[in-house]
Write a protein that binds this ligand. Structure first.
Ligand code: KIV
Ligand code: ZN
Length: 516
């Protein structure tokens, strides 16, 4: 009998803890919808008690996701669990994931609690969570550095209280694969089938995927992971690497299966990279830009004779169609546009399709060939923009070289009026951002600015990602801007950040100790 490995995706929770990866509610809904299409069993949609924004996003996701279980993280605290239970209520399948640290260092210094106090808190948390949902997961935070006897003891207690999954995270990413394997095996020998054993490995030593696979070989039946390996510090185990290892080496991982549709891996990876602005490194396994690039003559010769000489799986298996990247031009019609978007994994309502088609036509007027990546960027930015927003009407730049750089900008305000103003700056970008500040009455501190070209050609679409802090008590927000003109893309990115900030006003995580 084949056994299922449950795929628990935490891109929207641990992944969002990657520096610079915070997302707005619309973006999170878009990602959750794609994760469901990908076939993940559990979507950890956020940490409901962390902020109003997190609560709202989880609640909205719970309303749209039907097939995957929607989960919220909660510390072993009454209010956290109540918030989590309320946030996931609309979902047909709901889970609360509660946790407390179990390692000596965390219990002594962070929690200042004894082992019996920790067990008591854990049992109270699971009992309260059970009053909201049947499906409760308990995590022993820092299990990797915890005493194995204590892991068994606390597992017994929380299983007795109703926990169905016991998660053993290597929170600090310090373990070797054989050590994770032994830990899982010992806990598995003790609890048997009374609960599912899960792992959650961080990648501080680059071993998160190897550790997750070692856990599976020793009895773990749930893996927590993220798309593109996003996550706190060096990230979490990358979903795409785990899935393709299990698939390509089916002979090695005997009789195990997942519900993942591998053809949705590449679209998911691109969507998350586009939304967060965090690109996987070019040589990243499975989804990196070079993952299928055969550079040396010997390799190219082999590939031409038989792909299997150097390719262990085909790009098509992960939904990457290398032959079909040149797409549309200005004479392409709606039907071809819709067909192409469907192939890329986007399902749009007729209004969304119409608006994306208009943007595509504008782009095709300026750019001869529109590629898959252009379309992904265009559709994602269109779908994730917020309502009632500021919008650039026109941008004029003067004296970029020699004189004093200045910008004159007209912006459509949220009340539909148009305001024009101008400012000088230390450089052109500075002048643009200062003008936007003058018009909108905000004053943003630019924390990060990145520009990259989407696809190729001198007329390539520029994608600008900015991270801007509009309030020192709150985290910075991300904005993306697209245009064949880099300066216009920069202005759009800055306004995008401001629009995101306004749409989340009062809902962002405050700078307190509520983060995980
Ligand atoms: O890394 C960790 O231990 C976590 C837990 C909250 C599961 O993210
Ligand atoms: Zn984690």
């Amino acid at each position: 009998m084949k056994e299922q490995i449950i795929i628990f995706d935490t891109t929207l929770r641990d992944g969002e803890q990657s520096p610079g990866a915070s997302m707005n509610t619309k973006e999170k809904i878009q990602i959750a919808t794609q994760l469901e299409k990908l076939g993940v069993d559990v979507i950890e949609a956020g940490f409901a008690a962390a902020s109003k924004g997190d609560f709202e996003a989880i609640n909205q996701i719970a309303k749209v996701v039907k097939n995957s279980t929607v989960c919220s993280l909660a510390r072993a605290l009454e209010n956290d669990i109540i918030q989590a239970g309320e946030a996931i209520k609309p979902a047909p399948k709901q889970r609360i994931h509660t946790f407390i640290a179990t390692s000596p260092i965390h219990m002594e210094y962070k929690l200042k609690m004894t082992t019996s106090q920790v067990i008591k808190k854990a049992v109270e948390a699971v009992t309260l969570a059970k009053s909201f949902v049947d499906d409760v997961e308990f995590s022993c935070e820092d299990a990797g550095r915890s005493d194995i006897g204590f892991l068994k003891e606390i597992s017994d207690a929380v299983i007795e209280a109703g926990a169905k999954t016991i998660n053993l995270p290597d929170t600090v990413g310090i373990k070797m694969p054989s050590e994770v394997g032994q830990m899982v095996q010992k806990v598995y020998d003790h609890i048997g089938r009374r609960a599912i054993i899960s792992v959650h490995n961080h990648n501080d030593l680059g071993l998160a995927v190897a550790n997750s696979l070692a856990a599976v070989q020793n009895g773990a039946r749930q893996i927590e992971c993220t798309i593109n390996g996003l996550g706190e510090r060096a990230g979490n185990a990358a979903l795409e690497e785990i899935i393709m290892a299990l698939k390509v080496r089916e002979d090695y991982f005997n009789d195990l299966y997942t519900n993942i549709n591998t053809k949705e891996i590449y679209p998911s990876s691109r969507m998350i990279a586009t939304i967060t602005g965090i690109e996987p490194q070019p040589n990243k396994a499975i989804v990196g830009k070079n993952a299928f690039a055969h550079e040396s003559g010997i390799h190219q010769d082999g590939i031409l004779k038989n792909k299997k000489t150097y390719e262990i799986f085909s790009p098509e298996e992960i939904g990457l169609d290398l032959k079909d990247t040149l797409v549309l031009g200005k004479h392409s019609g709606r039907a071809a546009f819709k067909d192409k978007l469907e192939k890329l994994g986007f399902t749009l309502s007729s209004d969304e399709l119409e608006s994306a088609f208009e943007k595509f036509k504008e782009l095709a007027d300026k750019k001869k060939d529109v590629y898959d990546d252009d379309l992904r960027a265009l559709v994602t930015s269109n779908m994730t923009s917020v309502d009632k927003a500021y919008e650039i009407i026109s941008l004029q730049l003067m004296d970029a070289t020699g004189g004093v750089p200045s910008a004159a900008i007209t912006i459509k305000m949220p009340d539909n009026s148009e305001v024009t103003d101008a400012a000088i700056g230390d450089g052109t970008i500075d002048a643009i951002f200062k003008t936007i500040d003058r018009i909108t009455g905000h004053s943003g501190a630019l924390m990060d600015y990145k520009v990259k070209s989407i696809s190729k050609g001198k007329d390539a679409l520029a994608s600008v990602t900015v991270q801007v802090n509009f309030n020192t008590d709150e985290p910075a927000v991300i904005g993306h801007g697209l245009s064949v003109d880099t300066m216009l893309a920069s202005a759009r990115a800055y306004l995008g950040a401001l629009n995101s900030y306004n749409s989340m006003k009062g809902m962002l995580k405050k700078r307190d100790n509520k983060g995980v």
